[in-house]
Design a protein around this ligand. Structure first.
Ligand code: SAM
Length: 448
C-alpha cells in the first residue's frame, strides 16, 4: 500500500501474501491465511530498521525520529487504525450467514488526507468505499493517495459541507451500506485542542493537514458520533453497522447511554491497544437482527470498571460431560432432538458436528406447544394462518456445536439472530435437557 509521505508515513510493513487463485475448497483456506496474516501483523513489533533499509520513503520518516523509536501515538504509524479494520472484519463476518470475507461497501466519514481506512480496508478485503471529508486539502491528498494505489474504481471520494448529512445515502442515491466508520474530530474547541496538546492527553493529528476544521467539532467526538446516531435513527436498517472510534472511555459511556435510551439492543464495544501506550475504543450499533460473536461485541474490560453496560452475551456452554464413547451418536441424537422442533430451518453439518437453526418463536417452550395444540384443535383455517406468519419472520437464529476437547465434550450455543435476549436464555434450558437425554439414549444403546 502506498501513502504519500506528505500526508502520512508509509506503513512500515512488507506487502501481504496474495490470495492464491483457485476455486472450491482452496479458496476459503487462502482467505483464512490472509486474515491470519493481517491479524498477526502488529502482534510483534516490526523490525523498523530492516524496513528502513529497503524502503527509502519509510527511512526518511524513521531516521528523523528521536532514538529511532517510532511513537505509536503518532498517526504516521498505522497500527492503531489497522485494529479498527480487523474489528470491522470480524463484526461483518460474524453477522452474516454467508461465507466470511465477502464483498462489502463502507463509508469512511472524515477520511482525512491519508484516506487510511479505505486503503487498509481495500488491501485486506474485497471491499469498496465512499470516503468523505469537508477539508479541501485533505480531499486533494486523499484522491492522490487512492490514485497512487490504483484504487480509483473502489474508493470514491466525496466532498461535503460542514452541515451536510454525515451519511449521504440519499444525496448519492445509494440504497444501503454494509458499514459506516469514523475517526471523528475530537475537540470541542480550539482552546481544548491547545490544552490537550500541552497536557499531551491526545496527540496532535499530523495525518490531518492541521486545519482547525479537521480536529474541532461542536460537542467534540461525542457530538460528532451523536450526529451519526441521529441519522441512524432515520436510516435504520439501510446500514448494517454504524461504527465509530473514540479516544475517551467517557465518550463510549455517553454513546452507550444514547443507544439504551432508544432501546437499541444490538451493539458492540471494543478496545484497541497498541503496546501499552495508545488506547482507543470503538462502538458499533445495528438495527438489524444479526448478532456479533461475543469477542467482537464485548471486547472491552475497561468499560465494565466504569459500570458500562455491555451488550447481551451471544455464546454459552449449555452442557458439558467427560469424554465418552460414541460422540458421533450423541451429536446425531442431539441434532435429531433439535430437528424435531417446529423450526423454519435446521441444517446440520455432520463433519463439523454443528448446525444452524432459525425459529419464528421460542418453539421449544411449553407455551408454544400449548398454542400449537389449541390451533390444531381450532381446525384447518387456524393452521393456514399460522403457516403464513411462519414464512414471514425469523425471531431467533442460533448455532449449536458439539465440541470435543481432550477431557470434555461440550455443547456450545451461539445466538446468531434476533432481538430477544430471553429467547437465547430460555434456549439454554432446552439444550441442556436435550443433551442430557441424548447422553442417556446413547448410553442405553451402548449397554444393549
Ligand atoms: C480526526 S480526523 C480523521 C482522519 C482520518 N480518518 C484518520 O483516521 O487519520 C477527522 C476528519 O474528519 C473530517 N470532518 C470534520 N467534519 C466533517 C464532516 N462534517 N463531514 C465529513 N468529514 C468531516 C475532518 O476534516 C478530518 O479529516
Amino acid at each position: 500500500m502506498d501513502v504519500d509521505k506528505n500526508a502520512s508515513g508509509r506503513p512500515p510493513h512488507p506487502p501481504p501474501p496474495r490470495a492464491k487463485a483457485g476455486t472450491g475448497s482452496h479458496r476459503p483456506l487462502a482467505k483464512e491465511s490472509r486474515d491470519a496474516y493481517f491479524r498477526n501483523l502488529y502482534t510483534k513489533a516490526p523490525d523498523f530498521k530492516a524496513i528502513a533499509l529497503v524502503d527509502p520513503d519509510f527511512a526518511a520518516v524513521f531516521n528523523s525520529v528521536k532514538g529511532r523509536e517510532l511513537d505509536f501515538n503518532d498517526p504516521k504509524s498505522v497500527a492503531n487504525r489497522h485494529n479498527y479494520i480487523l474489528w470491522l472484519k470480524d463484526l461483518l463476518d460474524t453477522t452474516s450467514y454467508d461465507e466470511p470475507g465477502g464483498k462489502a461497501v463502507g463509508l469512511d466519514i472524515g477520511t482525512g488526507a491519508s484516506c487510511i481506512y479505505p486503503l487498509l480496508g481495500c488491501v485486506q478485503r474485497p471491499w469498496s468505499f465512499i470516503a468523505t471529508d469537508i477539508d479541501d486539502k485533505s480531499l486533494e491528498w486523499a484522491r492522490k493517495n487512492i490514485k497512487l494505489n490504483g484504487l480509483e474504481s473502489r474508493i470514491q471520494v466525496i466532498g461535503r459541507k460542514l452541515d451536510d448529512a454525515l451519511i449521504p445515502l440519499d444525496d448519492i442515491k445509494l440504497d444501503s451500506l454494509d458499514f459506516t466508520m469514523t475517526n471523528p474530530p475530537f475537540y470541542e474547541s480550539e482552546e481544548a485542542m491547545v490544552k490537550s496538546a500541552e497536557e499531551k492527553s491526545r496527540p496532535p493529528f499530523t495525518a490531518c493537514t492541521g486545519a482547525k476544521v479537521e480536529m474541532v467539532t461542536p460537542g467534540g467526538e461525542v457530538g460528532f458520533v451523536d450526529r451519526i446516531f441521529q441519522e441512524s435513527l432515520v436510516l435504520r436498517e439501510r446500514v448494517r453497522w454504524y461504527t465509530a472510534m473514540v479516544g475517551f472511555l467517557s465518550s463510549l459511556t455517553r454513546i452507550v447511554d444514547r443507544l439504551r435510551e432508544h432501546k437499541i439492543d444490538n451493539y458492540a464495544l471494543t478496545e484497541f491497544q497498541q503496546g501499552n501506550k495508545t488506547r482507543r475504543w470503538a462502538i458499533g450499533w445495528s438495527f438489524r437482527p444479526l448478532r456479533p460473536a461475543q469477542s467482537v461485541a464485548r471486547g472491552t474490560k475497561a468499560a465494565l470498571s466504569k459500570g458500562m453496560i455491555l451488550p447481551a452475551i451471544t455464546e454459552y456452554v449449555a452442557f458439558q460431560m467427560p469424554l465418552c464413547e460414541n460422540i458421533g451418536g450423541f451429536a446425531e441424537t442431539l441434532s435429531s432432538a433439535i430437528a424435531a422442533l417446529d423450526l423454519m430451518s435446521w441444517e446440520w453439518d455432520r463433519e463439523k458436528l454443528q448446525g444452524v437453526g432459525r425459529a419464528v418463536d421460542k418453539v421449544w417452550a411449553r407455551a408454544w406447544r400449548r398454542r400449537k395444540k389449541r390451533e390444531a384443535e381450532a381446525g384447518e383455517q387456524g393452521k393456514g394462518e399460522e403457516k403464513a406468519t411462519s414464512e414471514q419472520m425469523c425471531t431467533f437464529g442460533f448455532r449449536v456445536a458439539v465440541r470435543v476437547s481432550r477431557e470434555h465434550v461440550s455443547v456450545e450455543a451461539r445466538w446468531l439472530e434476533g432481538h430477544d435476549e430471553t429467547a437465547f436464555e430460555s434456549f439454554r434450558g432446552f439444550l441442556k435437557a436435550a443433551s442430557e437425554k441424548a447422553t442417556e439414549d446413547v448410553k442405553k444403546k451402548v449397554d444393549n
